[in-house]
Ligand binder design. Structure first.
Ligand code: PMP
Length: 424
């Protein structure tokens, strides 16, 4: 008799379903000739293979020294890399000068996804509460929900999370006696996924002050500031991170990723925050992998030191800005006039609104029609936590233009427009 392992799964495993994106990606492989406007992949042509080749060759040319990057590193991450990042972020004004942040407050992670997951692992028990934007970065929902946490979506508009809604939600939870269960607020502050907008300047201070007031009255809530797309903002004013408002490195965990700004293949990101939390995350990471790829970190360090990283992000901003303009021009010329969208100020997602009676869900007639037309999008419903009505039915969709070239993008939009017109 064969074993039925599904009966032996842990409660964590039971709560962990495959990210919906995996299902979407599988579709992309199964339908021949499908154009994916779904995947958040980066521009293929600009991936810095030539620069990486030079760096790797230099690293390994000296056979003796070349052994070091091939050895294990440390769990917390390469010390020099953490020092470099600390210096860089100080220079960029990410930290308040009196916050006293140094390399010991950094953890290098396997993608910023791992930093987010480790935070969840460090802080969340079953029944704890995480507040986040509605809509939000959908993969992070799984990280929180697999820990048994309840996620609550807070209204957003074109300027990001609405502070008054956040305030109301916290006041309501307090009245219900649930404040001790509220462990974190997860917020993207730059060119969010999926909306492509940044949290407006005045709201930054409002959100920060609100969370500080809870801290000051003895109910600390961790503010996770996910700045994955900070280096890819090409429009709009320079905005200071929430982390820079914090004088004492006490309740803000700032995370960044090198996936979009350099190479997702490196799988590197980092978190920087309060020492006790970072130390615990290091302990937890030790049980996962004893450290992210040392080889990758040595490459990253050289990219940062040589100036190639900054050159690359400048180049990427120009590329995505041009692609954004091309994409929006194609949208204008291909979509019916009742399709609306937000104008992204960075990166490569376009949050698109179909007329309210259009259901864009994975079981919807539109989704099936789109697959028949051989085009894939991310249904808006996936980007909402389960407490939100939009998680059941949404007329929004997330479209991504990062990887695809202009002609394919045009063809993809035309297919989608045909599907929309056929269904509504
Ligand atoms: N945060 C946001 C907002 C993202 O969109 C992503 C990936 N798309 C991540 C974090 C995680 O990315 P990675 O693990 O590649 O750093």
């Amino acid at each position: 008799m064969k074993s039925d392992w599904t009966k032996k799964f842990s409660s964590l495993a039971e709560r962990t379903s495959p990210p919906e994106i995996s299902w979407l990606m599988a579709q992309a492989l199964e339908v021949p000739g499908l154009i994916s406007l779904a995947a958040g992949f980066v521009d293929q042509q600009s991936l810095p293979s030539a620069a990486a080749s030079g760096i790797i060759q230099e690293m390994l040319d000296d056979v003796k020294a070349g052994r070091d990057p091939l050895q294990y590193g440390t769990t917390q991450g390469d010390l020099e890399l953490r020092r470099d990042l600390n210096q860089r972020l100080h220079a960029e004004g990410v930290f308040h000068p009196s916050a006293g942040i140094d390399e010991s407050h950094f953890l290098i992670s396997s993608g910023s996804q791992q930093a987010l997951y480790l935070t969840a692992e460090a802080l969340l028990d079953e029944g704890d509460i995480v507040l986040l934007e509605a809509p939000t970065y959908f993969v992070v929902l799984g990280a929180f929900e697999s820990r048994g946490a309840r996620t609550i979506g807070i209204d957003t508009d074109k300027d990001g999370i609405v502070p008054e809604k956040l305030e109301d939600c916290l006041a309501q939870l307090e009245r219900e006696g649930l404040l001790p269960r509220v462990k974190m607020l997860y917020l993207m502050t730059y060119s969010t996924n999926p909306m492509g907008i940044s949290l407006a300047e005045e709201r930054r201070k409002q959100v920060f002050d609100l969370l500080r007031s809870y801290r000051d009255k003895g109910s600390p809530i961790l503010l996770i500031e996910d700045a994955a797309y900070r280096r890819l903002c090409f429009d709009g004013p320079e905005l200071a991170p929430l982390k820079s408002l914090e004088e004492d490195n006490d309740f803000v965990l700032y995370t960044e990723s090198f996936s979009k700004s350099l190479s997702p293949g490196l799988r590197l990101g980092f978190g920087v925050g309060p020492k006790a939390l970072i130390d615990k995350m290091v302990d937890l990471k030790g049980t996962h992998d004893f450290g992210s790829s040392n080889f990758g970190q040595q490459i990253l360090k050289r990219f940062l030191r040589s100036g190639a990283f900054d050159e690359h992000t400048d180049h990427l901003k120009a590329i995505y800005k041009r692609k954004r303009d091309v994409a929006l021009a194609i949208f204008e010329s291909t979509f019916p006039s009742d399709v609306k969208w937000l104008r992204p100020i960075g990166a490569f997602y376009i949050w698109t609104q179909l007329p309210p009676d259009c259901d864009t869900g994975a079981d919807s007639v539109l989704f099936k029609k789109a697959l028949e037309e051989r085009v894939l999008y991310v249904p808006g419903a996936l980007c909402y936590s389960h407490d939100r009505p939009e998680s059941k039915r949404s007329s929004e969709l997330r479209l991504a233009f990062g990887m695809i070239e202009e002609e394919i993008l045009r063809e993809g939009c035309e297919r989608l427009a045909r599907a929309v017109n056929a269904v509504f």
